[in-house]
Write a protein that binds this ligand. Structure first.
Ligand SMILES: NC(=O)C1=CN([C@@H]2O[C@H](COP(=O)(O)OP(=O)(O)OC[C@H]3O[C@@H](n4cnc5c(N)ncnc54)[C@H](OP(=O)(O)O)[C@@H]3O)[C@@H](O)[C@H]2O)C=CC1
Ligand SMILES: CC(=O)N[C@@H](CCC(=O)OP(=O)(O)O)C(=O)O
Length: 316
């Protein structure tokens, strides 16, 4: 999608008071071209939007039809899973060319949408973009450099902060239950297991856990290799794939959640091969609300408008 540099690109954010919506507002506040024009929240309707100082903005309630009629250039859907379709139907009904970036899981398997983890794809000229899940991002960053040489299923052990469960009360964001605790859930067939297996065309097994910290993901992945490799060869593959992607740091030491909380990028590291050279363990840490959600939604939107992918993302 091309645009004239002098014209702001109008943005609507649906799900604006959620954890991810809040992060998007902070990022959009630094954006030179994207201009937040509509921030939708039913519960905060009428309140001023904190964190957005570029113009005076109040949360509004808006139906899917009202959002579509607003004809915004760019629409972020940051709603709980299962709610995107009513907005997309109304936008399609008006044959709108609005770029939609959906942060939910609703279109991740839909062939008419473009699934994009920005470091592994190029979103230019797409107008229906499906953003990857947070664990799925950590798994894909850990696996993508090696997919041609993986033998059998990769096994991923992931631990998320409880903000991953959103604001809707559940056992996964119940602080009493989480205190001094680590909770495994969805022991098999988590959606992100299918998401990664599908998009990397590699069999993945994944068990998610939630812990009492607020934000961040630690992902430990076991990979069998078809042929023995040296550690240098493994690390070289990671460095090569991510060399032009400043949000992805490749390092030898194990990345920790504390290293990445509040940071826009991801760290892949801790590479360990066994004596046979065929069994590798790799770790990834990222902030689920940033690189796992809002940051890559913004990267995808930047790419869709042919802007620098990292516009408004401060990564130093
Ligand atoms: N949290 C995370 O780590 C990640 C989340 N995602 C995905 O991003 C999306 C947003 O997640 P998150 O911010 O955590 O969720 P939250 O629960 O924090 O926020 C949900 C948002 O949606 C709005 N909302 C809820 N129900 C409805 C409804 N029925 N109709 C209209 N609006 C509604 C809420 O606002 P209000 O009630 O005021 O209208 C709120 O702004 C989800 O699809 C999630 O799966 C993706 C990657 C990571
Ligand atoms: C701790 C926790 O509950 N995490 C969420 C994943 C958050 C995410 O990325 O969600 P979507 O795939 O729905 O976008 C979960 O396991 O469902």
């Amino acid at each position: 999608m091309s645009h004239s540099n002098s014209q702001p690109i109008s943005v609507a954010l649906i799900g604006a008071r959620g954890y991810v919506g809040e992060e998007l507002i902070r990022l959009l506040n630094q954006h030179p071209v994207f201009e937040l024009a509509l921030a939708v929240s039913r519960s905060k309707q009428g309140q001023a939007v904190n964190g957005y100082s570029n113009n005076t903005l109040y949360y509004q309630d808006a139906t899917p039809a009202q959002v579509a009629e607003g004809n915004y250039d760019l629409i972020f859907l940051a709603l709980p899973n299962g709610l995107a379709q009513s907005y997309v139907t109304e936008i399609d009904r008006l044959s709108s060319q609005s770029v939609i970036v959906d942060l939910s899981a609703d279109y991740r398997f839909d062939k008419s949408w473009y699934y994009s983890l920005p470091e592994l794809s190029q979103t230019t000229d797409q107008i229906r973009i499906s953003n990857p899940g947070c664990y799925a991002t950590a798994m894909q960053l850990s696996l993508a450099p090696l997919t041609p040489v993986i033998d059998g299923a990769a096994h991923c052990f992931g631990v998320s902060g409880y903000s991953g469960a959103g604001t809707n009360p559940s056992d996964k964001n119940n602080l009493e239950l989480l205190k001094d605790n680590l909770i495994p859930y969805q022991l098999s067939e988590h959606l992100h297991e299918k998401e990664v297996s599908h998009h990397l065309d590699t069999d993945v097994k994944f068990t998610p856990h939630v812990a009492s910290f607020f934000r961040g993901i630690s992902m430990t992945t076991h990979i069998s290799l078809q042929q023995p490799m040296t550690l240098e060869e493994v690390i070289e593959k990671f460095k090569k794939l991510y060399q032009h992607h400043p949000l992805i740091e490749v390092r030898e030491t194990i990345p920790l959640v504390k290293d990445i909380q509040g940071k826009v990028g991801a760290i892949v590291g801790g590479f360990k091969l066994d004596k046979s050279g065929c069994h590798l363990v790799v770790c990834c840490a990222l902030d689920n609300l940033l690189k796992g959600a809002a940051v890559q939604a913004l990267q995808n939107a930047n790419q869709a408008f042919n802007l620098n992918s990292l516009e408004a993302i401060n990564y130093d």
